[in-house]
Design a protein around this ligand. Structure first.
Ligand code: UTP
Length: 476
């Protein structure tokens, strides 16, 4: 679109405020603003304002039809041990056949952590202070070595952190991975609006644009050409995980096997809720479909409901670990591009940095507008045979969200230490811990040494000389 038609389109949409400072801009500022304007889908912005801001109750959830989901449980919670073993070997066959790729969503803004840099570069491990990216790189490398097929790894970045992320990998020589198998692509952006639906300016010559949510990863996989690359490489299954979970079993054979054996197009892992008030999204069944309901959308009484077995009725927490069938992503993305019904947007009221009428920067003290985001779990209701699998929180989930307290660098380090102590104990080593399982010394196990308790026991037994348990022990 040229300058005139862009101006006309914005004028027709009642968005003239975006060129309020046009006359005072220099040529490069004008060009930058025009490029951003061309990125905006004005009809989408108007629709989102109508449906999510003016009419927010319209798409309300019918709680009367909500049910607990069907879930494959762990053997210790009644799951079928034979089925788990069968799934694990099916998943291993998929890995040996090179059918699996890893996919990290790393486009978030990480505001709560307050760390200056892409979250994946955060030093997260207790002894070596490895970054999250290094931890995942080693897990992915370990799977490649174990099954004899190096995996492709896709990393979704944002406009804000793309260059820094790529530079970090280059600086660390891709952590020993084949760089031809590590792929970065940016996710899409959405403009923020004020409560009247007007697109906000971040500066006199730029719009307030922000990442379109982790649900934007599906569009981005398609647009970036990742799906075509996967197809040409014979990969049909995408293992999706978030950048802020150092414990994640990002390549999990049993999960892969269950997914493939049930003909699922999208599968998810859950952990039982830690307590009734835990602020997590919950897997539920709604009109026969698997969905995730945000805790804020479920009445407290329902969150506390107990079933006949004496457990929480709705206990299936979403830990944002999914498997996606490549062609499922393509189907959704094509429908999306054609304007069909796909992932809905959600609204989040935020303090959005903007400018005042004179063009001076404004940092609002309270919410002054709305950001629009998509959530990847909203793809579940579109999937054929979606599968939900229980996993162990202690071996799969330790989110790094906040600077302090729960879900912080400290809790992530402690969870890794507890895991190391547990694995050592299972291998017969006497480790002193407190009542929460936290060892009195720092120990770190590289994913290249072991990625789960079974591989740890094997690797430990193979050691010709067992190391002494000292503070700062590192097993590689
Ligand atoms: P969060 O929802 O925790 O958001 O993202 P965040 O942006 O990282 O952190 P806050 O809320 O600003 O503190 C969960 C995962 O989804 C990714 C994040 O990078 C993280 O891995 N994500 C989130 C994206 O890739 N893109 C987005 O637009 C949003």
């Amino acid at each position: 679109m040229n300058e005139i038609s862009l101006f006309n389109a914005f004028r027709a949409a009642g968005q003239t405020q975006v060129f309020a400072f046009w006359d005072s801009l220099n040529t490069s500022q004008r060009e930058a603003l025009l490029l951003q304007m061309a990125e905006v889908d004005l009809a989408e912005v108007a629709r989102l304002h109508r449906t999510l801001v003016l009419n927010p109750g319209a798409a309300g959830l019918n709680l009367a039809t909500l049910l607990p989901p069907v879930c494959k449980r762990l053997p210790e919670h009644g799951g079928d041990t034979v089925a788990w073993a069968h799934a694990e070997s099916a998943g291993e066959s998929m890995l040996r056949a090179g059918r699996v790729a890893a996919f990290t969503v790393a486009g978030g803004q990480g505001t709560r952590l307050g760390y200056d840099g892409p979250k994946g570069t955060f030093a997260v491990t207790p002894v070596k202070r490895k970054s999250l990216f290094q931890v995942f790189a080693e897990k992915i490398a370990a799977a490649g070595l174990r099954y004899g097929r190096p995996l492709h790894w896709f990393i979704m970045t944002s406009h804000a952190n793309h260059e820094q992320t790529e530079a970090f990998f280059a600086e660390h020589r891709f952590f020993g991975l084949d760089r031809a198998r590590v792929h970065f692509f940016r996710q899409g952006r959405m403009p923020a609006t004020d409560f009247a639906g007007k697109i906000l300016l971040e500066t006199t010559h730029s719009l307030a644009l922000s990442p379109d949510g982790h649900g934007g990863s599906l569009r981005a996989l398609h647009r970036s050409g990742a799906l075509d690359l996967l197809q040409s490489e014979g990969v049909d299954t995408i293992s999706y995980f978030q950048v802020d979970n150092p414990l994640v079993r990002c390549i999990d054979p049993a999960f892969l096997g269950f997914h493939a054996l049930s003909g699922s197009e999208m599968s998810s892992k859950m952990v039982p809720k830690a307590n009734p008030e835990e602020k997590v999204g919950l897997f539920c069944q709604l009109d026969g479909r698997l969905v995730v309901v945000e805790y804020s959308d479920m009445p407290v009484a329902m969150q506390r409901e107990i079933n006949s077995a004496g457990s929480l009725r709705y206990d299936a927490s979403n830990i944002a670990v999914h498997l996606l069938d490549r062609e499922f992503v393509r189907r959704l993305s094509r429908a999306d591009a054609a304007g069909g019904t796909t992932l809905p947007f959600h609204r989040a009221d935020k303090k959005i940095a903007t400018v005042d009428a004179a063009g001076n920067p404004v940092k609002p003290g309270q919410s002054n507008g709305v950001k629009f985001e998509m959530f990847v779990f909203d793809a579940l209701p579109f999937a054929r045979n979606p599968l939900l699998l229980e996993t162990r929180r202690a071996d799969d989930f330790s989110p790094l969200k906040n600077a302090e307290g729960a879900d912080s660098p400290q809790s992530a380090r402690d969870d890794q230490l507890r895991q190391a102590a547990r694995w050592l104990r299972t291998a017969g080593v006497d480790v002193t811990t407190d009542t929460s399982g936290l060892p009195s010394i720092s120990i770190e196990i590289s994913p290249l040494f072991a990625t789960d308790v079974a591989s740890f026991i094997k690797a430990w037994r193979r050691l010709p000389q067992k190391p002494t348990l000292v503070h700062g022990l590192y097993l590689e």
